[in-house]
Design a protein around this ligand. Structure first.
Ligand code: ARG
Length: 274
């Protein structure tokens, strides 16, 4: 019998996603985006549909949909809309004007679905689950590219949890979920070079087993995986880590989401846990 990894809490079983109808590379707000390297709409649609298929059929998760909006090409990256705990949703304050209009649509959706929407002061940037990831009962939170460190104690207060702040230093890994992926309450994938020395030390002291990704794997967004129980969706390519995951008891679902790498994201960015 394969050993089963322990679960991350709080355990959730629903996801919010947004169809990529208007997904384009219309501006450049992270080093991956280049308007000269446009996303191929058909391919992006197929990749996104495959993700939904795995999540609903294999992972047996409920997928809720946010209506796509013309002129908001990054709305597809729902991870950035907020951070949800139970029926409480902390709404994001997007860093860049290009994404700020998304906020109202997330807010509207949360209210419609009966969430208590928590607002943090508008001058404090916070990009939701892109920069806030649970590991057991602990919340790891990234800064400073998209989320201000001053958002962290507010989140801790609203969710009554401990928040561990992690400083990101490489603009390529601008959200925490581009360089850190909790697998269980004890294990995580991470991109060492993406963190300041101090944050690397914090990680080493708070995470029992850290699995480093090589720069090549990191560039394939290997840490932007979706983990649910012992199942994991993982960008196709990083074979060494994939084998490690399998050895650790994970059922790995490789998926090519290359069109979304053009926007600076992968599987995890495309979902928000509910
Ligand atoms: N183009 C988007 C941005 O720069 C990508 C967001 C990726 N999301 C994430 N959770 N890492 O904001």
């Amino acid at each position: 019998m394969k050993k089963k990894p322990p679960l991350n809490k709080p355990l959730k079983n629903g996801l919010l996603m947004c169809p990529p109808d208007y997904y384009r590379i219309e501006y450049e707000i992270n080093p991956w985006m280049s308007v000269k390297n446009p996303a191929i709409a058909e391919k992006a649609r197929m990749q996104w549909e495959s993700l939904v298929q795995i999540l609903t059929v294999k992972f047996k998760l409920a997928v809720e949909l946010l209506k796509p909006r013309a002129g908001l090409p990054d709305l597809v990256f729902t991870a950035n809309g907020g951070l949800v705990a139970g029926k409480r949703a902390i709404l994001s304050n997007f860093k860049f004007p290009e994404r700020q209009k998304e906020r109202d649509y997330f807010k509207e959706w949360f209210i419609e679905k009966g969430y208590e929407v928590v607002l943090i002061p508008s001058e404090i940037a916070f990009e939701g689950e892109g920069d806030a990831l649970w590991m057991g009962e602990l919340l790891f939170a990234g800064y400073p590219f998209r989320t201000d460190i001053s958002a962290h104690p507010l989140i801790a207060d609203h969710l009554q949890c401990e928040v561990v702040s992690l400083e990101l230093v490489d603009p390529k890994f601008y959200h925490l979920d581009t360089c850190f992926c909790p697998l269980t309450p004890l294990t995580a994938l991470f991109v060492p070079e993406a963190f300041s020395l101090k944050s690397r030390k914090i990680l080493a002291s708070r995470v029992k087993e850290l699995i480093p990704l090589t720069p090549d794997e990191a560039d394939l967004f290997a840490s932007n995986a979706i983990v649910s129980g012992n199942k994991i969706i993982f960008q196709t390519g990083p074979e060494t880590t994939r084998k490690k995951l399998e050895k650790a008891g994970f059922e790995v679902f490789p998926l090519d989401l290359s069109e979304f790498i053009k926007g600076g994201g992968n599987a995890k960015c495309l979902v928000l846990w509910l």
